[in-house]
Design a protein around this ligand. Structure first.
Ligand code: ARG
Length: 244
């Protein structure tokens, strides 16, 4: 009996080792995988997208295994601060306010906050947003800027961009303010929507890393610079954002 138990234990340890002892350390990325083409869940249930592939390439350069954890966008900064994740890569905009809580890597992409409306909407420009109901993803820059500019009573927060867009389709909000590339994806997926030809805000995306983890910040920036120089970064972006 003892021998059987020992054998079972040994097998269990071996299995655990195959799962976790590849000899490499793991880098944990946090994201909110509801933001195509930067991060989304594909048909097989895997988190893919520009950020997922950049993180994979960065981890490989650093000699790490990558693990991706999906969470709400508005819990990412806290997860970085508490050390629950090593970094957040989530189409996240560098802002002065966030810089009080975390460090940001060098930027790897530009985002533009745009306005999605129903075709035929009387919202034709930013001025026409006054007094309207705006849908946003909670905790995003779209949320923060709109709340500042148009007042809390005019902003409805949703857990994801897709839910905000669904609310627009159902008539619960008059427009959605969100980053341009996800906006294009959402408009493609829903008939009768369009993006206004106006830029609400232009921003830089970067990885958020804990203030005290300057070692990771430096290594991340070094890997990112190499990926840029090798043309790998462009390649990843072009794969998900085909030239128009
Ligand atoms: N760029 C915006 C921000 O940083 C939105 C990012 C949302 N990202 C996501 N994965 N849901 O606030």
């Amino acid at each position: 009996m003892k021998r059987i138990i020992a054998a079972i234990l040994a097998t269990l340890m071996l299995v655990a080792c195959f799962a976790g002892c590849s000899g490499k350390k793991t880098l944990v990325m946090g994201t909110n995988a509801e933001f195509p083409p930067y991060e989304f869940v594909d048909d097989s249930g895997k988190i893919v997208g520009i950020d997922a592939e950049i993180a994979q390439a960065v981890a490989e350069k650093m000699g790490y295994e990558l693990e991706i954890r999906d969470m709400k966008f508005d819990s990412l900064i806290t997860a970085v601060q508490s050390g629950n994740i090593d970094f957040a890569l989530a189409g996240m905009t560098v802002t002065d306010e966030r810089l009080l809580s975390v460090n940001f890597s060098n930027t790897y992409a530009t985002g533009v906050q745009v306005v999605i409306v129903k075709e035929g909407s009387d919202i034709v420009n930013l001025d026409a947003l006054e007094g309207k109901m705006i849908g946003v993803q909670s905790g995003t820059t779209g949320d923060i800027y709109c709340t500042d500019d148009y007042g809390q009573d005019h902003v409805k927060q949703y857990d994801s961009g897709a839910l905000a867009v669904a609310a627009l389709v159902n008539g619960q909000v008059d427009c959605v303010i969100i980053d341009n590339e996800p906006a294009k994806n959402f408009v493609k997926a829903n008939a009768g929507l369009k993006i206004l030809d106006t830029e609400y805000a232009v921003e830089d995306y970067a990885a958020a890393i804990a203030k005290d983890n300057t070692e990771l910040l430096d290594a991340f920036n070094k890997a990112l610079a190499e990926l840029k120089a090798e043309g790998k970064l462009d390649e990843i972006i072009k794969k998900y954002i085909p030239a128009e």
